[in-house]
Ligand binder design. Structure first.
Ligand code: PDD
Length: 291
């Protein structure tokens, strides 16, 4: 669709008519937070989890959520209906609003709220089948990576550096430990046990990550939330990255070396199928499976 409808501060507008001030603190300082929520067959994926994380991000940067959860949900659902795309990716953003440039918070400002939706760009079937390449890079981001901040310059530079090495993702290393990807969470498999780093200020608490942990626990697969050293990452029999748009993606090459036998592993396969099952239930509006 060339001119989709977007939501801006309570109005539904054609993208070409949606404008914000150059004084918006999102533009000037990157002073805001965001969410990316996939929708399958018009049904947003784990919307309550995304809205809860939005609450957490907003309170961490001291912005009062301008909408209630039901207002967010209604606006998102209306936008999905207006745009009538197939599977969609909903992007929402809240900034501290428009004010003369000054680092300190303005005494009065109205948050700027944007919601837009695009066709969900899925990872190609070939990449899912073969796995992707990743490189390790130093995690040079700040110390509040649990906030889903729109200030993404370090992530942008890291992802581009990965791209420059012909890799799909950068796996970030801080003080000898792997934290997450530039735009994804990290899982490894070690002796048939799934390991992902524990939540904390060094990584984003991914909604997909939490579902993967939940599915694994329900299937009685061994899963541990514990730190992953760089050496453990290098020796892992499987590596996966997860995100709302990548789902669960196997990494089969790390720093130009094969991970395991270079093929997506059997635990990945099992988790991937359960994840697809969850998605298909959501898409068809049936009750979600007891995973
Ligand atoms: N990013 N870690 C980082 C740094 C991320 O940017 C993301 C997602 C994730 C995975 O979170 P979730 O499973 O909730 O999508 C982890 C989104 C998709 C983006 O910026 O486009």
């Amino acid at each position: 669709m060339s001119d989709p409808v977007v939501y801006l501060n309570g109005e539904y507008l054609a993208l070409s008519n949606a404008h914000i001030s150059i004084l918006d603190r999102g533009f000037i300082f990157g002073d805001g937070v965001y969410e990316v929520i996939p929708a399958y067959g018009g049904h947003p994926f784990r919307i309550n989890h995304h809205l809860q994380r939005l609450d957490n991000s907003l309170s961490a940067i001291r912005i009062k959520n301008p909408l209630t959860h039901s207002q967010w949900q209604a606006a998102i659902e209306h936008l999905i209906e207006l745009n009538q795309l197939d599977d969609q990716s909903i992007y929402l953003q809240v900034t501290r609003g428009v004010a003369p440039r000054d680092h300190r918070f303005p005494e009065q400002s109205q948050p700027t709220i944007v919601i837009m939706t695009n066709t969900l760009k899925t990872v190609s079937a070939e990449k899912v089948r073969q796995g992707v390449a990743a490189v390790t890079l130093a995690d040079n981001r700040w110390l509040k990576c649990h906030i889903k901040s729109i200030s993404l310059l370090p992530n942008v530079l890291l992802r581009q550096e990965a791209q420059d090495h012909n890799a799909d993702e950068a796996i970030l290393i801080r003080n000898g430990y792997a934290t997450e990807g530039a735009a994804s969470n990290l899982f490894i498999v070690q002796q048939q046990c799934i390991i992902t780093p524990p939540k904390g200020p060094m990584l984003l608490p991914g909604v997909t990550r939490d579902l993967v942990v939940h599915i694994a626990r329900n299937k009685k697969i061994c899963v541990k939330e514990q730190p992953i050293t760089e050496a453990e990452l290098m020796q892992a029999s499987e590596i996966w990255i997860t995100s709302s748009t990548k789902e669960i993606l196997p990494v089969t090459k790390l720093n130009d070396k094969l991970v395991g036998n270079g093929q997506p592993g059997s635990l990945w396969q099992e988790m991937y199928l359960s994840y697809q099952d969850y998605k298909e239930h959501l898409r068809s509006g049936r009750a979600l499976p007891e995973l």
